[in-house]
Design a protein. Structure first.
Lengths: 216, 219
């Protein structure tokens, strides 16, 4: 047993970078996929709509912890090769992000009135141009507050990677707590760091929402 | 891939699922109570109480549920309050669900335009009658979808209780895994069980919602 010292604080902040890496990876792969899911959900083709709705429904009805374990143990079974933990974890977070963001963005796209599409088509814009220049900018404005809100969920969700032994902030907290026998100080610090990351985003999301409300 | 070794553990799976349901219902009940009390406090006149509730909401919504469970399980004993795993997880999840409930219930109440309340008073209704007949029914209808989807998230979130060894479904998965060494198969089955439970609740809530809020929508 040793007392809590500067080195423990440093190790918490050093582990924080893995939390950030996980969030960035999840967004980098999850956001394009989410856009695809959202566009599929408003497609003309019923089959595509149903398929995308099904994917979203399945991912949203399984615990994030379950997704993580499923891919952590499942990737070697599917692919027949050993994959690094980071890859498996990234796949799980990507799907999680895609399902939730996809549903949020679909809401944004559907909130833009059909007449806006028709107006674009009357101006001779192609379907893609209508989407790109008329629908997407309005939908983006509408869905920005919940998107930032989801970012908070994602940051909190990366703490689950600790359970697979991934040394991010939550795991570093466990390690430090076990080494120093000071769970109070350690977990209070870990919670404070998460809080410092998430609160600004929550407040930003709320102010975006308020601004949106006033302009309508 | 071989699912057969899991067959003999079906009783453990069912027991785990029951504990998961218990945890969910307990946390949802206490969370909703916290939510109602918190929403009343936010509407109330006592400024310090409003700040206290605001602080509680932000604190619990901006930190991971996992860390909250750890704090209740590992930190409270240093203050002499030692809770068993299931109780610790119930307390932590209730507080987590409560923080979201306050906001949901408050926004449900806020969704009723003030003019409707004034109209009720003009008709000579008492404060309680206005609340009971004018505010509450549409507020419930507006809050219902958010409460139910938060409930499903809570159901899925109870899996975190496995990390303090509460005997719920995900912890049972770890047990079966250690007996059979069939890691992938175990977690695939567990995911299916959670999926089935989540979908059942979604279907149930949709039916109850359709029956309870049948009066015509504004528009």
């Amino acid at each position: 047993m040793r007392s809590f010292s500067l080195i423990d604080l440093v190790s918490l902040f050093a582990a924080l970078r893995w939390t950030v890496v996980l969030v960035v990876l999840a967004l980098a792969f999850g956001a394009p996929l989410a856009l695809g899911l959202a566009m599929g959900r408003i497609s003309r083709f019923a089959g595509l709509r149903w398929a995308m709705a099904g994917i979203i429904q399945v991912v949203q009805s399984v615990p994030l912890l379950g997704l993580l374990f499923f891919f952590y143990f499942g990737m070697p079974v599917f692919l027949g090769i050993h994959v690094p933990a980071l890859v498996a974890v990234t796949v799980a977070y990507t799907l999680y992000t895609a399902a939730f963001l996809g549903e949020i963005w679909r809401g944004g796209l559907e909130a833009v009135k059909l007449a806006q599409w028709e107006a674009g088509s009357c101006l001779g814009l192609s379907l893609w141009q209508q989407f790109r220049h008329i629908i997407a900018p309005q939908a983006l404005r509408l869905s920005l507050p919940p998107t930032v809100g989801f970012l908070v969920q994602l940051i909190k969700g990366t703490s689950l990677a600790s359970i697979l032994g991934f040394v991010e902030l939550a795991r570093a907290g466990q390690v430090v707590s076990a080494a120093t026998f000071q769970p109070l100080l350690t977990y209070a610090l870990v919670a404070a760091i998460y809080f410092a990351l998430c609160l600004p985003l929550t407040l930003w999301s709320r102010s975006l929402e308020a601004r949106l409300d006033g302009s309508r | 891939m071989n699912f057969l070794p899991l067959w003999r553990y079906q009783n453990q799976l069912i027991d785990g699922a029951i504990v998961t349901l218990e945890l969910t219902v307990i946390a949802a009940l206490f969370g909703l109570l916290i939510g109602i009390a918190g929403a009343v406090a936010l509407k109330g006149r006592i400024k310090s109480l409003r700040w206290l509730v605001r602080g509680y909401i932000e604190l619990f919504r901006n930190t991971p549920s996992l860390i909250q469970i750890f704090i209740v399980f590992f930190v409270l004993p240093t203050f002499g309050l030692k809770l068993p795993a299931f109780e610790a997880a119930s307390v932590a999840l209730s507080l987590y669900f409560g923080a979201y409930s306050v906001e949901i219930i408050r926004s449900g109440l806020d969704s009723i335009p003030n003019s409707q309340v004034e109209a009720g008073h003009c008709l000579g209704l008492s404060g309680w009658q206005v609340f009971r007949h004018i505010v509450l029914p549409p507020a419930l209808r507006n809050a219902y979808p958010a409460v139910t989807s938060q409930f499903v998230l809570l159901l899925l979130g109870t899996s975190l209780a496995s990390q303090v060894a509460a005997d719920e479904l995900f912890h049972v998965a770890g047990f079966i895994e250690s007996r059979t060494y069939r890691s992938f198969e175990v977690y695939a089955v567990i995911c299916v069980v959670y999926f089935a439970m989540a979908m059942s609740f979604k279907a149930l809530f949709a039916l109850v919602g359709a029956a309870a809020f049948r009066w015509p929508r504004r528009r």
